[in-house]
Design a protein around this ligand. Structure first.
Ligand code: 8OZ
Length: 372
């Protein structure tokens, strides 16, 4: 008898046994003043602990790695202590949680950088993008600042910051980490021709543009074990003004290199982050990407993301995806798993409270029981 996998079936991924295949996608919420996680954040994540796996909001690996007001970090002891409250709350509620390690590269603003220095990037090319400052308690969108190109000899220090943040994640009680290599941030800037014009070993051919990504993956997997590490990729998103001249061979190379490194999962954003899943001007064959990974011996779970609802998620599972990440629907539905099981209804998410603020639009969305 053939059985169909559902979103609600448990699964083994890397070092973890997950209760279900519903993943809470990383969601930036700008509620960590001084980059330190708060009690309110512990409540927010605990409310969502019925997800098979929670991926935290993107979290800066160093002071220069951050590019938005009030996003959390994971480089100092106060930050580790703040995150402990979050991981304990989620574990108490029976959940699993990894943190997303983030370096924004050029997607920053001098006002957010130590000593108001220029943000760092593969090349001194300003992004066509905006960042969020918070002025008088209100989010304010500003164009990103012009970056400076990293010197070759600075790159080992960046890799070391990733390694250190991953060790801090384990010290803070996380089940593992996700490397943020998507959405036009530092690692994606190195990968893609639109942001990388380097002449050294980190620019030019695909093998060079993928070098930073692979060095970061190796450093982190050596430090905390590959079975606690996932990575997020976005082959064609135009987010944060990023683009590549020829993404299919680039990403097939990346996943083939990742295959023997035994990561817990690969997390793929299909299409434009938070937008259309198909981009006529940026075609991409995700099936070929997965085949390239598996043909190279890759055994990590395949996690898909972007605009999934229940029917689309079931289709993805039937086609061989292992995990489905839900973003916006987790903002407004703390009990998303129960609501998916029940076939709805779903609360609507209110955009005005996405970035910054307090409990409103954060910890006050009702569960099905509360909506009664
Ligand atoms: C929305 C606002 C700020 C940052 C990403 C970390 O796109 C983000 C982000 C999303 O990956």
């Amino acid at each position: 008898m053939s059985t169909t996998t559902t979103l609600f079936d448990p699964t083994e991924v890397g070092a973890w046994r997950l209760h279900n295949r519903v993943v809470m996608a990383p969601l930036t919420r700008n509620r960590a003043p001084d980059a330190i996680p708060t009690d309110l954040m512990a409540t927010y994540y605990e409310q969502r602990a019925s997800a098979g796996l929670i991926i935290t909001e993107a979290t800066a690996i160093s002071p220069t790695a951050q590019g938005y007001a009030d996003v959390p970090g994971l480089y100092g002891t106060e930050q580790i202590d703040g995150w402990k409250k979050v991981t304990h709350a989620v574990h108490r509620a029976g959940g699993k949680i990894v943190t997303q390690l983030w370096h924004v590269g050029r997607i920053s603003h001098v006002e957010l950088q130590p000593d108001h220095q220029k943000p760092v990037a593969p090349s001194a090319i300003r992004a066509e993008a905006q960042t969020v400052l918070i002025k008088e308690g209100k989010p304010e969108f500003q164009p990103t600042s012009e970056p400076r190109a990293l010197r070759s000899e600075e790159i080992p220090g960046i890799v070391q910051d990733y390694r250190h943040a991953a060790q801090n994640a384990i010290a803070a009680g996380f089940d593992g980490v996700e490397i943020h290599a998507a959405n036009g941030y530092l690692i994606d800037q190195f990968l893609k021709t639109g942001a990388n014009q380097r002449k050294d070993d980190y620019g030019g051919p695909i093998e060079n543009r993928a070098r930073l990504l692979l060095e970061v993956v190796r450093a982190i997997t050596e430090a905390i074990g590959a079975d606690r590490v996932g990575i997020r990729l976005s082959p064609v998103t135009p987010a944060n003004g990023i683009d590549d001249a020829d993404p299919q061979p680039l990403f097939e190379y990346v996943v083939k290199q990742l295959a023997p490194l035994h990561l817990a999962y690969l997390h793929i954003i299909e299409g434009s982050t938070g937008g259309p899943r198909e981009l006529p001007e940026r075609p991409f064959d995700y099936g070929a990407l997965k085949t390239a990974y598996q043909m190279a011996g890759g055994k990590g779970a395949w996690m898909v993301n972007n605009g999934y609802d229940l029917p689309l998620a079931n289709e993805a599972l039937a086609e061989g995806a292992d995990l489905v990440a839900f973003g916006r629907s987790f903002i407004s539905n703390p009990d998303l798993v129960a609501r998916l099981r029940a076939g709805g209804p779903f609360n609507k998410a209110h955009r005005v409270t996405f970035y910054g603020g307090g409990a409103e639009g954060y910890t006050d969305y009702p569960t099905l029981d509360q909506a009664g």
